[in-house]
Ligand binder design. Structure first.
Ligand code: ZN
Length: 160
């Protein structure tokens, strides 16, 4: 008992670099074509030299490193993924209906609270400095959260 010859688990074994996505030698189960990392679009464009016209962009897009087919659910509290649709259809921003509803509920609440705080800060006569500091802190907290809830109506529209 208590013999030092008992093998320790794992810690002294070389660990595979499984956390990296930029490895150049994909494993046997990699689904990338030809087992070789595709070059990025900027690399392909650079290879064509300074005289490459825009008529070659589509060709380079076909052979370059492809963008991911999945993206995070837009609900910042959710860890699920959304997948780019195979056929036609609107690309999903939320992994399910509940996340969609939560997002808009929380966003609306933050926007309304920010408006109330703005009003309290700008009232006449001015709030005391103690109250103003408190209000500004509460405002900053909500703005900090609201950065995670961008206005998706703008993203969806055709405006640049
Ligand atoms: Zn979600």
């Amino acid at each position: 008992m208590g013999d030092a010859s008992r093998p320790t688990k794992g810690t002294d074994q070389p660990q595979p670099n499984s956390g990296l996505t930029t490895r150049t030698t994909p494993g046997p189960r990699s689904r990338s074509s030809g087992g070789r990392m595709r070059p990025t679009l900027s690399v392909l464009r650079a290879r064509r030299g300074p005289d490459a016209g825009p008529d070659t962009v589509a060709d380079d897009l076909k052979t370059c490193l492809q963008p991911k087919l999945t993206a995070s659910c837009m609900n910042p509290d959710c860890s699920k993924k959304c997948r780019w649709p195979v056929g036609r259809g609107r690309p999903p921003l939320f992994h399910d209906r509940l996340c969609h509803e939560k997002y808009h509920l929380i966003r609306r609440r933050l926007v309304a609270e920010i408006a109330d705080i703005d009003e309290a800060l700008e009232r006449q006569p001015r709030p005391s400095s103690e109250e103003r500091i408190y209000l500004e802190n509460q405002l900053a907290r909500r703005r900090w959260l609201l950065l995670r809830y961008p206005d998706l109506a703008i993203e969806r529209s055709d405006r640049p």
